[in-house]
Design a protein around this ligand. Structure first.
Ligand SMILES: [Mn+2]
Length: 260
């Protein structure tokens, strides 16, 4: 079984419709999305997601999401929880609560969304000017989320928004982060440490994540296990689209279209 992989979409409707089209052309009807989907307050956002739901319906596709940090978590907390544990955002857009366990193509998966916004202070400042909220404290991965994730033990695949510590390309990127407040950087460190704790307990063979907006594909050795870390870029970047062969557990980026 092959499934589609989709990086941060940030509610970018044109991009999402494009991605769904690409996946449909590739015969992919199951989509794993790694967060910053773009759950947003207001009727405009709601109508947008209704249109995306219609497109998913037309293609016979379903999108499974590990929510990110830029989501309206008040709205997420009000979603109906299906019997199988998925949170029903739209009929064909399902959000995973943290620590959610599923199976796909004979593989076990655990889903742990959430991440810290390193620009939290800026978002507070913007809110005082625009009156528009863009930050929700529930983005933070809590100790209870770690517990929910680790209680089920090992999984073949872990789907997250943030990535654990110890991935060289991501560590280099974080070290180069300019312009954020010390308190927000420390907050992000804390949240990432909690995710790392959960990750080390799960010891997945494959980790799928977003959040950093650049592509990552590294086989990383941790203490006693090794994981292929596969990070998807953000909307409008071709490295934001991928496909995962569940049988061989091999993720690949979908090649960008070549000029005629
Ligand atoms: Mn993002």
């Amino acid at each position: 079984m092959k499934v589609a992989l989709l990086g941060d979409t940030h509610g970018n409707e044109a991009w999402i419709h494009y991605a769904l089209e690409v996946f449909a052309d590739a015969g992919l009807d199951t989509i794993i999305q790694v967060g910053d989907l773009g759950v947003w307050p207001g009727t405009e956002a709601s109508r947008k997601w209704n249109r995306i739901q219609t497109t998913l319906e037309e293609h016979g596709q379903t999108m499974y999401v590990a929510p990110g940090n830029h989501e309206d978590y008040d709205q997420v907390s009000r979603l109906k929880r299906r019997d199988d544990g998925w949170l029903l955002f739209r009929d064909r857009i399902l959000l995973a609560p943290r620590g959610h366990r599923t199976e796909m193509g004979g593989r076990t998966l655990v889903w742990t969304g959430g991440a810290a916004s390193v620009d939290r202070a800026y978002r507070h400042y913007r809110q005082t000017i625009t009156g528009m909220r863009t930050w929700w404290p529930q983005e933070e991965i809590s100790d209870a989320d770690v517990q929910a994730t680790t209680s089920g033990g090992h999984a073949d695949i872990m789907v997250t928004h943030d990535a654990p510590n110890g991935v060289p390309s991501i560590a280099a990127r974080i070290a180069g982060n300019p312009g954020f407040t010390l308190s927000d950087l420390l907050y992000a460190d804390e949240v990432r440490a909690r995710l790392t704790e959960a990750f080390k307990a799960v010891q997945p063979a494959l980790l799928l994540h977003g959040h950093y907006h650049f592509s990552v594909d590294e086989q990383v050795a941790f203490d006693g296990f090794s994981t292929r870390v596969f990070g998807l870029a953000g909307d409008e970047d071709p490295m934001s689209l991928g496909v995962l062969d569940l049988e061989s557990l091999t993720p690949t980026f979908l090649p960008p279209p070549t000029a005629l």
